[in-house]
Design a protein. Sequence first.
Length: 441
Amino acid sequence: MKEESLFSLANENENTPLADRVRPQNLSEFVGQDDLIGPGKILRELIEKDRVPSLILWGPPGTGKTTLAEIIAQQTKAHFITFSAVTSSIKDIRKIMEEAEQNRQFGEKTIVFIDEIHRFNKAQQDAFLPFVERGSITLIGATTENPSFEVNSALLSRAKVFVLHSLSTDDIIHLLKNAIKNPAGFHGLDVEISVENLRIIAEFGNGDARSSLNTLEIAVLNGKKTGKKVVVDESILNQLINTKSLRYDKKGDEHYNLISALHKSMRNSDVDAAVYWVNRMLDGGEDPLYIARRLVRFASEDVGLADTNSLNVAINTFQACKFIGMPECGVHLTECVIYLACTPKSNSVYVAQQEAERAIKKTGNLPVPLQIRNAPTKLMKDLNYGKDYQYAQDAPDKLTNMRTMPPELEGSQFYYPNEQGNEIRFKKRIEQIEAWHKKNG
């Protein structure tokens, strides 16, 4: 018998991926997400009682979103329709929605499943809205992106969001064992693989069941074959698994999660965490200039005058990244992150900016006091522009009693220095200025 004949399938599933061949058909076969579909949990109750409301399933790839939708399709007595963002025009959507409305009038429910709902544009999503509002359809959307950003607010407000989490290594090992035992998995082959090697595959999958099943399938296809027995050993896995694939979408939710983690680690002066997060972003393919720009912002927002050199370090890092690019500039970004994490912190500059913005929004366009207006023309001088201006550089203490704040905001304070790092110098200087005004007022 030729080797390839072992893997030649006589049925229509020959080219179907393993993940689809062994997809769970009911909740008892489903693995993971126990907080949602464990015994007595709300989503399980809704599915078992066929009372599923409009909902959004949000989670990383390979966590069971599509599988749950197909289980609902098997369980429900409703008409089940699947839509694709690529092939579904607004005309197609409205036509099917109108049919669903007619079916509703005859007592038949319609469930509409939209995989990757974030790929539907606003107009496509809006086309579903009136039918969801009227109860013509129950909408189930699956997405890897944060629905707060990717799903229309009106549609989102009418749906319950269920968050699915990456599967644990043990969950994926369980799935892999099930796939090997499943008659539809490897079609009568006797697959021999150790638990340790299953764990290697599971850990490589990084919480993604589909990715792990794909790896298992390739490993079996390349295994050592004797008759119907296939042995998958570590040497085969070493050829397949070189580097763990990091889940990172430069425009998606994980992008914002990681930059948030980097900022908050530096703000908390956790050097090692900050180094880890910046390199997670770089390993995931993030633009180093994006990271460098965020570090420039951090240098003023979270360090500020506590260390006036921090902005120089951040700007120099940006220029270095622009000059030499990746992968070499990774060391510059790491150096900058360490510096910013270690240095004293102050958000006084950021707070001052926010306080000034609030005052501006509240008081509007207050006129500039006449004494500090320039008067380059005779007309301006006749209108008292620059009258009573006092040139501080000519004063013995380089200070005057001239008012430079609009009268309506006289006495307002926006900047409150603290005593972190170098900022104590600014605090003492402001105290000296205030004391001078009290004495010479």
